[in-house]
Design a protein around this ligand. Structure first.
Ligand code: ATR
Length: 484
């Protein structure tokens, strides 16, 4: 179930919020501490078409209006009398709250400061309390592995339990709680009306993460990255799972530091496949029992697949996607290919081109990096001046030159394009960079960053599921998001 907490102050705003929340929520939480006049809760409770949780959070538990504890408990009793379906009362006050006949009691504990060492003991004490119908614990997540203790607590629970992690690192617990039997999750009505750190909106939970389709059999996939918030991989992969009706969920894993302990620890869920991106593409290799030869050569893995025996195998779908996209337009053997840039993406492309016997030249702001990469892939490091004197069959930009907001920049002089040459830009914001615009105007064949992103994602999807990726759907989702 999804519970939307109200964070409105006036009766009028709260009634409007209830009307809106009734369309998206299974339950609504009325926070008496937010209300200018808590008496209006009587009207709000009557107004809602979905069940109501009433609570008054103390300031130290994330509340916004302190009051004497006796008076606080009296307000909770009033809310129960007015017909609230649930009252949430903290464990330390539960002894003082009388048993109710028609109202379920959520006995809760909150910790906004950090993940308590005695998490399991606190939860056990909540569950054992005679008043407790539903146990609730919401704590700040300090490290991503803390989520595993939450999932474990949910899996082994014999009593209805709400267990959620707060903060950015707790996001996965808010989304995946249903898989592990969590009673409900909290989600905000709109951006900016969160009642606790880390909440996302109910519509993001439903649309981006397919909350309604999650169940105990749902297979987990995800991206390992840092930062991870702006990644479009969850959008395209969850949309693809949805299209093919696969019981799978793709999560964003924000992994700080080295990723190998995370990968090892999360085998207990398990996670069936990962996308890997900055800054973990090199370091994840330690966790893998097998890496495809091209990815080994590149020294970077962006796709991990769990095999039947729980072994993890690594691939590089960036390389595959770029080379495939170019090969759809031109046969690469013996062609003059210019790579602009000498970072991770350039490396993936360079070894892909080498595997196709192309003539590789590399031009980079830091010449020494171009020389080093050229040495490894049997290519040539060239200067900006030399770039203009060669006729290129393929030009591949892997730098951020031309990326929004610097959309009037280009890494290549337009006089160097020849008709029919292939021009590739890894940038997808904007969709058509100045490089591609000028290439198009010279009748070159162009490949944009969206095609590349979708192709690498589609390859990942196919490696994980064995099914053909619904590229059109993935691309539509990405384009719609970019438009926003
Ligand atoms: P990625 O994994 O996307 O390839 P990266 O490894 O950081 O990212 O590499 C970025 C590449 O773009 C580098 O080759 C970088 O040049 P330097 O080696 O000189 O750092 C290049 N790059 C980034 N911004 C650039 C700019 N404004 N002008 C020219 N080159 C740029």
């Amino acid at each position: 179930m999804i519970c939307i907490p109200l964070t409105t102050k006036t009766e009028t705003d709260s009634l409007a919020a209830i009307d809106a929340a009734n369309k998206h929520a299974d339950i609504i939480e009325i926070r008496l501490d937010y209300l200018d006049d808590p008496n209006c809760a009587q009207k709000l409770i009557k107004h809602s078409t979905v069940p109501i949780i009433a609570t008054w959070r103390k300031i130290e538990d994330g509340g916004c209006n302190d009051c004497n504890d006796n008076i606080r408990l009296q307000w909770l009793q009033k809310a129960a009398n007015w017909g609230a379906n649930y009252i949430d009362v903290e464990l330390e006050y539960a002894d003082e709250f009388p048993p109710q006949s028609n109202t379920k009691i959520i006995v809760s504990h909150h910790d906004f400061k950090g993940f308590p060492n005695d998490f399991e003991t606190i939860l056990e004490n909540i569950r054992k309390h005679p008043l407790c119908d539903i146990a609730k614990i919401a704590v700040k997540i300090d490290k991503i592995q803390d989520n595993l203790r939450i999932f474990q607590a949910l899996k082994t629970s014999k009593k209805e339990t709400i267990a959620l992690g707060m903060g950015e690192l707790g996001l996965i617990s808010r989304i995946a709680t249903k898989k592990f039997g969590g009673y409900l999750t909290f989600a905000s009505l709109t951006k900016g009306t969160e009642s606790a750190p880390g909440q996302i909106t109910a519509s993001e939970l439903r649309n981006r993460f397919r909350y309604d389709k999650i169940n105990t059999d749902t297979k987990i996939y995800g991206i390992i990255a840092n930062p991870v918030g702006h990644s479009m991989s969850p959008d395209i992969h969850n949309a693809a799972f949805d299209k093919l009706n696969l019981n799978c969920l793709y999560l964003p894993f924000k992994v700080d530091g080295e990723p190998n302990a995370f990968i090892e620890d999360f085998k207990q869920i398990p996670v069936y496949g990962y996308s890997v991106t900055i800054p973990h593409k090199e370091s994840v290799q330690k966790s893998l029992s097998q890496i495809e030869p091209l990815a080994q050569q590149i020294g970077a893995v962006n796709t991990i697949v769990m095999q039947k025996n729980n072994e993890l195998h690594g691939y590089n779908s960036d390389c595959w996607a770029a080379i495939n996209a170019v090969e759809n337009k031109i046969n690469l053997t013996d062609k003059n290919c210019l790579i602009i840039g000498a970072g991770g993406a350039a490396r993936a492309i360079a070894f892909g081109l080498q595997s196709r016997q192309a003539n590789i030249s590399i031009c980079n702001r830091t010449f020494e990096k171009a020389q080093n990469l050229a040495k490894e892939c049997n290519g040539l490091a060239i200067t900006q001046a030399e770039v203009q004197s060669i006729k290129w069959d393929v030009i591949l930009n892997t730098t951020s030159v031309g990326m929004s907001p610097n959309t009037d920049e280009t890494p290549f002089d337009k006089n160097g394009f020849t008709p029919n040459c292939v021009v590739f830009d890894a940038i997808y914001n904007p969709l058509e960079t100045k490089l591609l615009k000028e290439a198009n105007s010279k009748q070159a064949k162009t490949i944009n960053g969206v095609e590349m992103f979708i192709a690498q994602g589609a390859r990942q999807f196919e490696l994980w599921t064995g099914a053909k990726a619904p590229k059109d759907i993935m691309q539509n989702v990405m384009l719609a998001k970019l438009k926003n």
